[in-house]
Ligand binder design. Structure first.
Ligand code: SF4
Ligand code: SF4
Length: 360
């Protein structure tokens, strides 16, 4: 089965109400406290073999007691957290130093971040990034962006890179869940896809100067050619090498699918619950020329198709553009590797399933 990423909800509650998400889950969907015991969790984890743990919510830091208890008890795992960055004081520096990857939600420039996430959030997140380093956190600090109609992918990603606070920048498109299908394609054609091309030029320019910038989707695509191995299908590992555990003990294929029947694998207390390892992505993806890179993109979007077939295909065109553009960097990347200018591990990103889904 390989190493499994276990995404643990610490609470369904959030202290923000970002516009593409809406804030807390209703308590009856994802309860705000943990409804199972650590012994039960231990038995479940024991069945998985090797695993890593990502804390998730809601805002995971609203339940720091659970985070401490899990980190103290399952210390052999690698730890990851996805947080909005406003509450990092809830956990002591000693715990922060034990994380392998910390993902802070920030959308890019201050005006874009604050528009979607609330006034003052950008400054809090930037401060959190600095504090984590002061605490002695030495792991991978990832800026996790949501990209929507007010985003300029070139300006927002370069802004975050130039802050010098983050090791990697990753983004997810605010597509499918939000209601802007009718204007999405125009934005994609006029703003997003040209922005991707410009960002690839910027990336290649930096490579010419010997630097490989940590643009996670670009690295995750280029790796397929450099290492000769396809990405997981889907690249987030949903159902393949990742599961989510809700606060009530429900085991889910995907942490977003808290209400969908297809995602329910059983309760963590059931001895015969389904385990990950069964790929669910099939047609049209398995026959697609971009499948090695894209892996079907997002299992949830693949199964639910909220934007219909035409919406699905729009996103395929966006993905194809990204893949084609990123592959322009191959000659420069190979030159850096052959000359020994950079270590091959720079291109092997993410180095394990750290919740970075690779394809936006
Ligand atoms: S580009 Fe579209 S059809 Fe191709 S693998 Fe990705 S999601 Fe599937
Ligand atoms: S990329 Fe899609 S399937 Fe994967 S975890 Fe996110 S929402 Fe779920």
């Amino acid at each position: 089965m390989g190493r499994i990423l276990v995404i643990l909800f610490t609470t369904g509650q959030c202290n923000l109400r970002c516009s593409y998400c809406g804030g807390s889950f209703p308590r009856e969907v994802v309860p705000w406290g943990i409804g199972y015991g650590l012994d039960e969790l231990e038995k479940f984890l024991g069945r998985l073999g090797e695993y890593d743990i990502a804390f998730y919510g809601g805002e995971p830091l609203l339940n720091p007691g659970f985070i401490r208890a899990v980190m103290d008890r399952f210390g052999e795992a690698r730890f990851v957290i996805q947080t909005n960055g406003t509450l990092i004081h809830m956990l002591e520096p000693d715990y922060w130093r034990r994380f392998t990857t910390v993902l802070l939600s920030i959308d890019g420039r201050e005006e874009v971040t604050d528009y979607y996430r609330g006034r003052g959030v950008y400054r809090l997140v930037a401060r959190a990034a600095r504090r984590l380093r002061e605490y002695g956190f030495q792991g991978d600090l990832v800026a996790r962006m949501a990209v929507s109609s007010r985003s300029d992918i070139y300006l927002d990603v370069t802004h975050l890179l130039e802050l010098g606070l983050f090791d990697h920048v990753h983004w997810q498109l605010d597509a499918v869940w939000s209601d802007w299908k009718n204007s999405f394609w125009r934005w994609a054609e006029e703003v997003y896809m040209p922005g991707i091309s410009r960002l690839v030029d910027y990336w290649i320019d930096a490579m010419r100067r010997g630097r490989v910038l940590g643009i996670a989707p670009f690295l995750g695509v280029l790796r397929v050619d450099l290492l000769g191995e396809p990405n997981y299908a889907p690249p987030c590992g949903a159902g393949v090498n990742s599961v989510a555990v809700s606060t009530d003990g429900r085991v889910l294929l995907c942490p977003i699918a808290v209400r969908e029947g297809w995602a329910y694998m059983g309760d963590l207390r059931e001895p015969d619950l389904r385990l990950p390892g069964r790929p669910l992505i099939a047609d049209p993806c398995t026959g697609c020329r971009y499948f090695r890179y894209c892996g079907g993109r997002c299992l949830y979007a693949y199964l639910e198709r909220y934007w219909g077939e035409d919406g699905f295909k729009m996103l395929c065109r966006v993905t194809a553009h990204l893949v084609e553009e990123v592959r322009r960097a191959l000659p420069e990347a190979r030159r850096l590797l052959e000359s020994g200018t950079v270590d091959p591990s720079v291109f092997d990103y993410p180095p394990f399933n750290n919740t970075v889904e690779i394809i936006p």
